[in-house]
Design a protein. Sequence first.
Lengths: 258, 545
Amino acid sequence: MIELYNLTRHFGELTAVDDVSITIPKGQICGYLGPNGAGKTTTVKMLTGMLPPSAGTAAICDFDIIKNPMEVKRRIGYVPESGALYKSLTAFEYLYFVGRLYHMSEEMIRKRIKQFIEFFSLSKYTHKRMHEFSKGMKQKVVISAALIHNPQVLFMDEPLTGLDANSALMIKQLLRNLTREGKTIFYCSHILEVVENLCDRVIIISEGKIVADGSVDKLKSMTQRSSLEGVFSRLTHSEDMGELAKALSRSITDEDEE
Amino acid sequence: MDNKGVNRTGIDWMQLKTLFLTSLKIELRENQGIGRKYKRKLSPLLSSLIFYAGMGLILATNLATKTNPFMYSMLILAYSMVMSGFSVILEFGNSILNPDDWDVLTFRPINSRTYFLAKLSNLLFYIILITTAMCLLPALIGTTVQGNNLLFPLIFMPVCYCAGTATAAFIVLMYTFLLKKINYQKFKDIIAYFQIGFSIFFFLFYQIIPRLGNEIFIRGEKSLQAWLYLIPPAWFSGIVQMVQARAAGIDVHLGLIGICVTILFITFAFNKISLQYAGLIANISTAVPSDKNKNPGADRKNIFIDFFRSFLKDPEKTAGFDLTTAMCRKDRSVKMGIYPLLGIPVAFLVLAIFENEFKDPFIHGLFQGQGLTMFIIFIFMMMYSLTMLMKYSNDWEASWIFHLAPIESPGTFYQGVKYAVFIQYVMPFFLLLGIIYAVFIPILHVLHFLISLLIFCLFFSAIVSFQINSYPFSEKRQKGERMRRFSFIIFVGPVFGLYALLYTYIFKTFSYWVIGQIGIIMIWKFIENLSVKKINKNLNTVHAI
């Protein structure tokens, strides 16, 4: 369903994504982890057609992202990390606008909007402009906009940002159900606990290269760590973080006392 | 989820309609203002339109009895094209190359041509609005010009729309051409300077056209007629004469040039640019600075600015000063907002040089000619306009820091902002004026003149400070806002009369001059203190964002 062939992206002299090759089958939810600046968002942006690759290519639902970008875009949904949306519009107007871009019928758009609004308990806010919304409410609208056209593949970059515990739980349940119905989900996050609970497979990327790929259990046994957090620290060379934090806090306190 | 909306030209009409209507809805809502403080005011766009209509009316009534039909159309078209061009540079041109909606739209199945056309339609909507405001009253008044008939408005208005469209298309083509040739980061650096060039070009042209028209049509200098081929408003005026079936000779040639240029620009924009547009925007949003441009202005030391900064003792004043100088140097959105304004005084200065207006103001009086008078008015007004423009930035959301930081006196903080504007943008113009004057008059007179101008400028800036009601770089830019400031500049020109009056009575002898300067400095300090209190009151009551 998602196939990456030696996908590479340079920004000037920096190689953000370096020769990445992955295949994610239909119905799988794949966690994509990495430290800040590892190349997660760049990978997603290339797969969603927002960034052209410098080398290599990828295929989504058997359509090449370079040769058939429109066919790819018709089949994907995306929750961007920025949570960008048009805040001057109401939630209804925004979702209607997105639906029209996918040539959905008016009747179908209204039906789907109603379903999402009810699912996310946004009924009271449907016709309010979104600049009045909290971060979590906006995120619910962004997720609805990613799903409204019933995409076959979902790219989610930190989708739970700003959501309360109940909403996060509902979304996780929704994602599990969607994969059961055959959707493929590419899930980028820093929240390791969520990835551990939710994903069938975890890919860890560091400095643009894949450093681990497998199920959570496989990665734990490979690195001899008991948690995904431990696996992550080990593979991304960040095990001495505790010492560094201690040193900084001591330095700040000492300077202030002086 | 099919291709049914896409026709042979590659345009998806359903998406085009959705994108266009939504963009208008968003912009008009933002223009109405989100917060409480805007609701009592006219929207920036509406007040700009009212100003355009007023200027059009004044211009048309002034020209109707003095010109022939060709010159009347040409001058109104010149006004309309200059103002459309300037507003595209100042407000709307950036929107066509703005990657703001990148995160929302790029991963949707919208093809390049549809996306470009949606952006272009949005731009043309504003051009039609502006052109209607500027040209509708002149079109009606034009029926009274000897030689025009009652059908004149029906012919003139479509030509005005074509002229506005061609002007906008010209600027968009120039921008996109530049973008194709150079990296966006470099583009953003040079576009700010390019905008100064554009505004000089437009305003100089606007000054030259009436003079040329006067020579050709009023004084009958037929030898100058060939120059009309270089003047776009003359081409479009030629079309008006052709459609009125009154054209002969040069009018027909000019009209044909106008038709060809409009068709060429639109075809070129549609065929060439539209296909590459999505790629162009992709390059914009993903461009990374080259090593040289990674931190613009970081290693540049400005001795001039550092020298003035050393006089600021108050930490809040210094903080305002430092923030403003840094933002003006590094934030390209701020640069692109203010640089077009810098071209206007330069245009008038060039005109003053051409018209030989540099005579000793202490002997020949202050009003030497239009160019120099307008130059002086504009550097005063620039002080006002730039100070007010400092409240806008693309990073406006970061302004929460002002509400969190323990700023005791926002008025003092804003003094630092004003001084930074004064030293960075206004002082260089005074120096430029001084250098040119020094060629023509004794250096001592130049110094006296410049010092009096500087002191009055500070006095003027203290007066305009009463209008400040938000922290610097704390508001999102709204369409029409900059043109509204620009309109205000033109309307408050009479304040300059106060300076002229002082100049006439006080600066006759050296002792009078010294007493006069001391007097103005004292009044300035008094008003400045009042304005600080007023800003403190305004900003301490602003609710947190």
